[in-house]
Design a protein around this ligand. Sequence first.
Ligand code: GLP
Length: 295
Amino acid sequence: MRLIIREDYDAVADYTAKYLRDRINDFAPTADRPFVLGLPTGSSPEGVYKNLVKYHKAGQLSFRHVITFNMDEYVSLPQSHPQSYHTFMHTHLFSHIDIPPSQTHILDGNAADLEKECQEFEEQIRGVGGIELFLGGIGPDGHIAFNEPGSSLRSRTRVKTLAYDTILANSRFFDNDISKVPKMALTVGVATVMDAREVLILITGAHKSLALHSCIELGISHMWTVSALQNHPHPMIVCDEDATLELKVKTVRYFKSIEMVQRSVMGEKEGGGEVNQMPRFVRRFSNQGGETGAD
Ligand code: GLP
């Protein structure tokens, strides 16, 4: 598990967007070998999308050979509704970049046959060779996509009834009126996310600190579906300082030390330096045999 801790929301967005830009550019996607990207909605990725648009406009990033799959969508909300995930993606990302619309995939919450829609979504993902990198956010209860507490960790794309807490949390987008929030959604499953070759989860804010604690310091549990990450070969969480509030000081220092040692190994100038010039806690941790740059 890589846990990258940054000062605040903006620094998390900067780090993540740069990481995605470099990851896509290094992959050098072509029509025959596209980069397949899983995407979330919500306030967590907004800053990342803003930066990706900036990179695109500056000529540093093209989405011509990127294929996207979104995590989830509400059931029965018109696609044109201001709070539909279709509208969100169009407003925050797709309308500003060069991705061909035929290469974007968002579940249709108004499909006549919702089960079939979910099955076809899984088939489409398989059809393009699986997802290279799944970007995600979480709810305060640790749900990933709409995989609420108690969801099977082997779940696939399906129809889900939303937990009351999620309806409450999302009512802020619906005039704080719970009755306006859709009660059902289509969502990729935990296993759909975990099948991606890399998973990058954004966690910001004190209200998500318990979820981060459960994901990092406790075991894998269906009650915190994001904890399934522990079983993934290449998981990464990018969080802000507020989200670490429930972590032990030792845990925070441990992961910071891994990142600093990694930077030094990579010879990065920014904040890096030789191991013996690092703060004492970093040297202590780096001598403990922790896996440098561990996945
Ligand atoms: C919804 C979405 C999740 C998202 C979560 C957090 O429940 N289904 O995919 O991660 O909200 O949203 P936010 O980033 O706005 O906190």
